[in-house]
Design a protein around this ligand. Structure first.
Ligand code: GDP
Length: 532
């Protein structure tokens, strides 16, 4: 019996959901996420089609290329989720858009995963986008495995990377795969878990009981690259804690694997670490009570909605993360927000670029449900129970614009377009309390371009955006309703309502926001809001 079948057999006592590993890869653009995704799929045996993920990399080529592809859709839909099987486990990899402009979508995707891989470019350390995404993971205590990519290139020293991660993220780090040299001097890796010394092509050069023995081996010590790697590893091992799964699961410690996605170095070890350490589906925060993945009744929530291939049909796919129960095709599920039932007849699973009908799915799985706008981001689906999944936020927009209609006859179509696209999460839409202006709020400039292009192409409404002089937006609320009313009555001209009627304050600058907070100490200003 091979090692793989031995583990697979050991998993037979588990409930199906316990074999799911649902995760995302977070990184800064260009760190190597796409390459790593391909290599993980290849290492799992899921693809012969190396390059299946490549389509996405070309999406970034230029802004206009990206727009064209986005308009054709398709590519980004199928790569939103990639499911693959390995060693008796089902891995669901949720894609987070690489473009920093789409951070809102990315954040919401992170609400649907149980674990994350953080990819860091060895030459660059922690970059801005990585830091932002890490903070979201921390908010949700999502355990993270760190993959330090590009050891085949010159970069920062391995010890320096560990220090940077530990200091910047205030997180315990624990080296588990250590590089011997890097760039042209790269001579292999030390797998501290498997207790093996591996060559650059992954052959086992040595096995050891205790890494100390390896580090005292004269044959290797004679080589200055090995001698230096051992010295650094010695410092790392004395300076940082040994890997501890419980601490990892709490999100306080990250195991660190040095490797190269491009050269397939340490990718198998990463997959092994993910399968062995990453958690099975976790309980889902919800009201009135958290949902346990072992609950018999089906429940799930929509974390992403994407327009379908054919823009003229306004078909959309809602991506649902199942939180409990065993879903079967054809089941009727209730949308708790609208109170309406729907028969789910064509649910889909995604494999690389292809999709197929989902006959059965369990907690941790991602199911795509085609619909005509009945499902929006944040919706909870259940077999009837009045449960509401929580923790799927809207983020206060960082760019606020007035929508100017160039053809006033189309006011009605504009309202429809904005409402549809807001449901889809393309942008947030606000109505000013005074006047009839539509305002849109986004986190990144590119979102505005996509919005404009889609409203024009799909709804036939040409629009332009105008600056309104607001730089910040904050949802407002107060325990004392009279206080809130007082604030609203005095500041109507700088207030708007979101699509669910919640008041949001628009500030010209941070100075104004601070001033309002001082003037109205009983009013709270929120940068995020739970979706209805
Ligand atoms: P993404 O933007 O994070 O998805 O990054 P990509 O996977 O598209 O990689 C960005 C660039 O880095 C590409 O040119 C890759 O070929 C390159 N790259 C990825 N992994 C490695 C690696 O391990 N070593 C080297 N030298 N280059 C890599």
């Amino acid at each position: 019996m091979t090692a793989a079948t031995a583990t697979a057999t050991a998993r037979t006592g588990l409930a199906p959901y316990q074999t799911r590993r649902t995760f995302a890869i977070i990184s800064h653009p260009d760190a190597g996420k796409t390459t790593l995704t391909e290599k993980l799929l290849a290492a799992s045996g899921a693809i012969q089609q190396a390059g299946a993920v490549r389509g996405r990399a070309s999406m970034r080529a230029t802004r206009s290329d990206w727009m064209e592809i986005e308009q054709q859709r398709g590519i980004s839909i199928t790569s939103s989720v990639m499911t693959f099987e390995h060693d008796g486990l089902t891995f669901n990899l949720l894609d987070t858009p690489g473009h920093s402009d789409f951070s809102e979508d990315t954040y919401r995707t992170l609400t649907a995963v149980d674990a994350a891989i953080m990819v860091i470019d060895m030459a660059k350390g922690i970059e801005s986008q990585t830091l932002k995404l890490f903070e979201v993971c921390r908010l949700r205590d999502i355990p993270i495995i760190t993959f330090v990519n590009k050891v085949d290139r010159e970069g920062l020293g391995a010890l320096e990377i560990l220090d940077t991660v530990a200091d910047t993220l205030a997180l315990d780090v624990s080296p588990v795969v250590w590089p011997v040299g890097q760039g042209v001097d790269f001579k292999g890796t030390i797998d501290l878990i498997g207790k093996r010394l591996l060559s650059p092509s992954g052959e086992v050069l040595e096995t050891f009981e205790d890494v100390e023995d390896l580090m005292l081996d004269e044959t290797y010590l004679a080589d200055p690259v090995f001698a230096s790697a051992f010295e650094m590893l010695d410092l790392a091992l004395s300076g940082y804690p040994a890997f501890d799964r419980a601490t990892y699961l709490e999100g306080h410690l990250t195991p660190v694997i040095f490797g190269s996605a491009l050269k397939s170095i340490s990718v198998a070890e990463l997959l092994m670490a993910l399968g062995t350490w990453a958690p099975e589906p976790r309980p889902q925060p919800a009201e009135p009570n958290p949902i346990q993945p072992s609950d018999n009744k089906v429940s799930g929530f929509v974390f992403k909605v994407q327009a379908n291939m054919n823009a003229n049909h306004r078909d959309r796919i809602a991506f649902v993360r199942l939180s409990s129960g065993t879903f079967k095709r054809g089941m009727r599920l209730k949308n708790v927000r609208s109170g309406k039932d729907m028969a789910v007849t064509n649910p889909m699973f995604f494999f690389g670029q292809s999709r197929e009908l989902a006959e059965e799915a369990v907690a941790g799985d991602i199911v795509g449900i085609p619909n005509h706008g009945t499902l929006s981001v944040g919706d909870t689906l259940t077999e009837g129970a009045a449960i509401k999944v929580t923790g799927i936020p809207n983020f206060a927009p960082e760019i606020i614009r007035r929508v100017r209609l160039t053809d006033p006859i189309k006011a009605k179509q504009l309202a429809k377009a904005l409402s549809d696209l807001a449901e889809e999460g393309v942008a947030q839409v606000f109505r000013r309390m005074i006047g009839a202006d539509w305002l849109v709020g986004v986190v990144g400039q590119l979102q505005l371009e996509v919005l404009q292009s889609r409203i024009e192409k799909e709804y036939g409404v040409p629009i332009a955006f105008e600056s309104v002089g607001y730089e910040l937006a904050r949802w407002v609320a107060a325990e004392d309703k009279a206080e809130l009313k007082k604030f609203i009555d005095a500041n109507r001209s700088t207030l708007a309502e979101d699509k669910d009627g919640n008041p949001i304050y628009l500030a010209q600058s941070n100075w104004w926001l601070t001033r309002m907070q001082q003037d109205y100490p009983k009013v709270e200003f929120f940068a995020t809001r739970e979706r209805a």
